[in-house]
Design a binder for this molecule. Structure first.
Ligand SMILES: Nc1ncnc2c1ncn2[C@@H]1O[C@H](COP(=O)(O)OP(=O)(O)OP(=O)(O)O)[C@@H](O)[C@H]1O
Ligand SMILES: [Mg+2]
Length: 300
């Protein structure tokens, strides 16, 4: 059990990690979310999905967003993407207020969003041609990105011929082809099996190393957040709010071998503590129980 191990303080950073964060903080702020408010429905009877959320994200930072279901993770990034409107506060990208969707933000969702009637290459070309690129320019650009995600051989395949992981690699290529300032990812690997998911995480880090892009990545998986992120934004629920913005103490480059390192375990324990706050042990006899089985043995 993590709670029984003697772990370092999750805020303790090795000198190289502290130096890395100093360098990150010297980079310009690319995304600034200021006092963001989102209420669904009429103001007095409405549901407050986000309350007073403020964050600054530096250029080329990898931010993971975690928090219980319904805490407003998707709402936050939909507003950053310009797909939803805030009811208060503002979002600035490169100092300019976000007022709707734009090519400076790429999106990858959990569900497969490729156009099934277009080939892999045409899927990546689509946004480029919509943006005014000629066929040949878009094709050359698409090929470059498909090469980056290791799918050159599949450029003429259709989405139904690809595995889930491959589809998400095409989705990443399609999002990055527009040269966005921010890549916004809402549980992109949530539907993949565990092994493919690990491969995709490693792929994503490799891609991010080569591309000048800032990543905002929602996940439910604490290991995924600890493996990928520079910083982890923890949101709380009712109303959706910032609980903590944690600097990840695990050095880069990341590897599976770090999963048992003291700093990794300390971070994981902290994340578990904030995500699953201590629940008072339920007094069983007070719960209304209906017995539906009579198998002869007791289930603990
Ligand atoms: N269009 C909408 N109309 C009304 N309420 C909404 C709408 N979209 C989201 N909500 C509510 O806002 C809250 C935050 O939703 P959101 O989808 O952002 O949560 P989430 O953290 O992404 O959850 P999950 O982890 O399950 O994806 C929830 O209570 C949800 O019911
Ligand atoms: Mg969501």
């Amino acid at each position: 059990m993590l709670s029984e191990l003697k772990l370092p303080d999750y805020r303790e950073q090795a000198p190289e990690v502290a130096a890395r964060f100093r360098r990150i903080k010297e980079r310009p702020i690319i995304l600034s979310v200021r006092r963001l408010q989102k209420t669904f429905g009429a103001d007095d009877a409405g549901h407050v999905a986000l309350s007073d959320v403020s964050i600054d994200v530096h250029r080329r930072e990898f931010i993971c967003v975690i928090g219980p279901s319904g805490c407003g993770k998707s709402t936050l990034i939909r507003i950053v993407a310009g797909l939803d409107e805030a009811t208060g506060g503002e979002v600035l990208l490169d100092g300019h207020e976000v007022c709707g969707p734009g090519r400076d933000r790429g999106m990858v969702f959990q569900g497969y969003t490729l156009f099934p009637w277009l080939t892999v290459k045409r899927n990546v070309m689509f946004g480029l041609q919509m943006g005014g690129d000629s066929h040949s320019t878009a094709e050359a650009e698409a090929r470059q990105w498909l090469d980056m995600v290791g799918l050159s051989k599949f450029e003429d395949s259709y989405p139904h011929e690809l595995s889930g992981g491959m589809k998400q690699r095409v989705a990443i290529a399609r999002a990055l082809a527009n040269n966005p300032r921010i890549l916004i990812m809402d549980e992109p690997f949530g539907a993949l099996d565990a092994q493919t998911r690990c491969q995709m995480q490693a792929y994503l880090l490799q891609i991010w190393k080569k591309v000048d892009v800032t990543i905002l990545f929602i996940t439910h998986d604490l290991d995924e957040a600890a493996y990928l992120a520079d910083r982890i934004l923890v949101l709380g629920t009712n109303p959706g709010r910032v609980v903590e913005f944690i600097e990840n103490p695990v050095p880069r480059p990341r590897s599976a071998a770090q999963f048992i390192s003291p700093e990794y375990l300390a971070l994981k324990k902290r994340l578990e503590d904030v995500i699953h706050p201590q629940v008072e042990s339920a007094e069983e006899e007070k719960l209304p129980m209906v017995k539906l089985t009579d198998a002869g043995d007791e289930v603990e």
